[in-house]
Design a protein around this ligand. Structure first.
Ligand SMILES: [Ca+2]
Ligand SMILES: [Ca+2]
Length: 305
């Protein structure tokens, strides 16, 4: 990880009996409002909540899990011919070091054991898009979501808002990266307080860890690689793993070349304070698969894409 994190370097509706048209309209409005506030659970059991300042987007509280991605890969009749081995071979990250390996590795074998409820990793930006397209088609057909609702990756700006990061300056994600210093998801303390997230703590230094690399002294989260989603303190909006566990692809170009895409939210192998600042962006080539990067999806309204 260099400046930035590059793996190469480094609830129910209301019930009422309306007595008039006004009451009917009001009841409908309140029901919709209550449902939205309570969140939405999709056909895969992924839970979505609203974020202050984003009226048309709901964020999944979890990173996309292995079990979610498996549902996509397994649905051969409807997944658009998704073929994992058409992409680049994956990078298996052992710490801040990484190695290119064969297709023996991948989303279902990232070089360490994965539980079904751990975040899927070794997925590139195209894989994440293919998952979103599949899920949108599937749930529109099932009537689970409306015709104007779409699953997609968050934008870089949406991700910042969801993380509670405001006041950023700069145009591109590259210009914004690391501009707000020493601000973490949990505040400004270093090292992280217990239970803050899954990072490169003392538990990470096992036989596969790159020997010269330090870990976060005095911090032990119990998970040397990925951890099941939802195990650590959530953000103010109830989103889990916004710091640590797996990195999260976003829609945006990192800077002026289209093949470099942003990812946010730090990873299980982050050990340097700057890597955990909320303003810090990661980036990678669009077809890169890393064992520390996955994705979080949003449900957007107002698009018929
Ligand atoms: Ca850890
Ligand atoms: Ca994360």
């Amino acid at each position: 990880m260099k400046t930035v994190l590059s793996n190469r370097t480094i609830n129910k509706g209301m019930k009422a009996v309306p007595a008039c048209l006004f009451c009917l309209v009001l009841t409908t409005f309140l029901t919709a409002t209550a449902s939205k506030a309570a969140g939405f659970t999709n056909s895969l059991g992924m839970r979505f909540v609203t974020v202050s300042g984003l009226s048309n987007v709901q964020f999944c509280v979890w990173l996309t899990r292995v079990q979610d991605f498996r549902a996509f890969v397994s649905d051969r009749a409807n997944n658009g011919g998704y073929e994992y081995t058409n992409g680049t071979t994956p990078w298996i990250v052992t710490s801040n070091d990484s190695a290119h390996v064969t297709f023996e590795y991948g989303w279902n074998n990232p070089g360490f054991p994965q539980r079904d409820n751990c975040p899927v990793v070794c997925v590139n930006w195209y894989d994440a898009h293919a998952f979103c397209s599949w899920l949108t088609r599937k749930e529109r057909a099932e009537g689970k979501i409306a015709a104007n609702q779409t699953y997609r990756l968050p934008t870089d700006a949406e991700w910042s808002l969801a993380a509670g990061l405001t006041g950023e300056r700069g145009g591109t994600p590259a210009e914004k990266s690391m501009n707000i210093k020493d601000v973490y998801l949990w505040g400004t303390d270093w090292p992280p307080p217990p239970g803050a997230g899954n990072f490169g703590g003392e538990e990470a230094k096992d036989k596969d860890w790159y020997p010269p690399l330090r870990v976060i002294a005095g911090y032990n989260d119990g998970y040397p690689r990925t951890s099941p989603v939802g195990r650590f303190a959530p953000s103010r909006y109830g989103l889990y793993d916004m710091a640590g566990n797996a990195g999260e692809w976003c829609e945006d170009i990192y800077r002026d070349v289209p093949h470099l895409r942003v990812w946010r939210g730090s990873t299980w192998n982050c050990v340097w304070p700057g890597n955990l600042w909320l303003s810090t962006r990661g980036f990678d080539v669009i077809d890169t698969r890393n064992s520390n990067v996955g994705f979080r999806i949003v449900l957007a309204s107002g698009s018929k894409e």
